[in-house]
Design a binder for this molecule. Sequence first.
Ligand SMILES: Nc1nc2c(c(=O)[nH]1)N[C@H]1C(S)=C(S)[C@@H](COP(=O)(O)OP(=O)(O)OC[C@H]3O[C@@H](n4cnc5c(N)ncnc54)[C@H](O)[C@@H]3O)O[C@H]1N2
Ligand code: MOO
Length: 423
Amino acid sequence: MSKQTELVPPPLKNNCFSLPADTHWTPVAEALALLKKRLHVCVGTERLPLAQACGRILSEDVSAQRSNPPLPNSAVDGYGLRHDDIVEGPQNVPLVEGRSAAGAPFQGAVPAGHAVRILTGATIPEGVDTVILQEDVATDGSAIAFHGPLKKGSNTRCSGEDVAAGEVIFARGRRVIPADLALAAATGASHLSVFRRLRVAVVSTGDELAEPGAEARPDQIFDANRPMLLAMIAQFGFDPVDMGRAPDDRDALKGFLDEAANRSDLVLTSGGASAGDEDHMSALLNETGSMTLWRLAVKPGRPLALGMWANTPVFGLPGNPVAAKVCTLIFAKPAMDALGGAGWRDPVGLEVPAAFAKSKKAGRREYLRARLRDGCAEVFRSEGSGRISGLSWAEGLVELPDEAIDVQEGTTVLYYPYSAFGL
Ligand SMILES: Nc1nc2c(c(=O)[nH]1)N[C@H]1C(S)=C(S)[C@@H](COP(=O)(O)OP(=O)(O)OC[C@H]3O[C@@H](n4cnc5c(N)ncnc54)[C@H](O)[C@@H]3O)O[C@H]1N2
Ligand code: MOO
């Protein structure tokens, strides 16, 4: 009898998504809670002129240095007068010489019983508290005629009615949007203090990978993860650092990690995260003693290797492009926000009716490539983790809970548009 017959075969599972009972499957919420607890801002700060600050993360609260508007002004082109002078019915009010225009205010006070020509944005002169719209007035140039009464203060804007000097207009951790530049400028800021952009290095691993566009042997595939991950990092507002492709060779990979750690604040690798013969990423991180291989209770993306390399956090993403993208959105993006100064941010999802049917067992959270059509979430025809086309087909992800669920058409599901993750 040959020796092999003594081997006892395990029961056939043929399901790479089954969850062996002898492994601790970390729930997504537990993994996220741990990241949230452990990761803190790791970048310095700089002061930038407004024109360069869009998309950056504020490193301190910002207060208004002056009020907006600084002085009361007119909201319309018209005539300024004193409300107490106006009674009900037809009115005839003499005009004073001169006018108040934006940037050229009326000098002096408008006497009682008089009106003054005033233009939009002009400072309200002393003696005026109300503005009548020019369309509601007849004039010969020396007086105006209109019907009273007028509402006190109509068509005027009070000093500080938008923002008062000293008010906090932005909180630390906010990512600056174009509108913020308008508010910062209006309230007197010329510069903003922001965090230095988090540098995120991307390494693809695997001997099967060829550079996109290059010659590829029939057994090779083009590196699809790297261009996607680098572009995602840029869209998140961080600084992508392209580290290229590392072969399935432990020493070479070590060199890549050394350089990546040197040039970045966070390293994302893809491939080699699980425990196969060529899964050097997890093996290397293991050697440093800092490795936490999370067998996550999530589909796709269950092998996520986490560790520190030369004091730099490393996310060893699964190689399958769908798993690499989902793990980046669900785990790496919040980590980048925390390290980059934005603080921990949970994506905000929408509860929408499903346009599909699917049932799943308890014990694992699932993300499906999805998009909204007619207000309902439809999902990609395949859940295959190598089906890259589904990532482009989709406009977001449906999250199915850890618990068992039997989704029918019309069942409420949680949908995250890609924009919820900053894409
Ligand atoms: N026996 C088992 N095998 C596998 C299991 C399992 O539980 N038991 N899990 C599967 C799942 S799920 C995933 S995800 C992968 C994760 O493995 P790795 O992170 O070690 O990734 P690789 O094996 O290196 O690659 C997986 C797959 O993705 C392709 N790949 C890798 N990098 C790229 C890239 N940059 N661009 C495009 N495609 C890439 C690679 O060629 C493989 O086909 O493990 C499963 N196996
Ligand atoms: O979940 Mo693997 O993590 O799908 O492709």
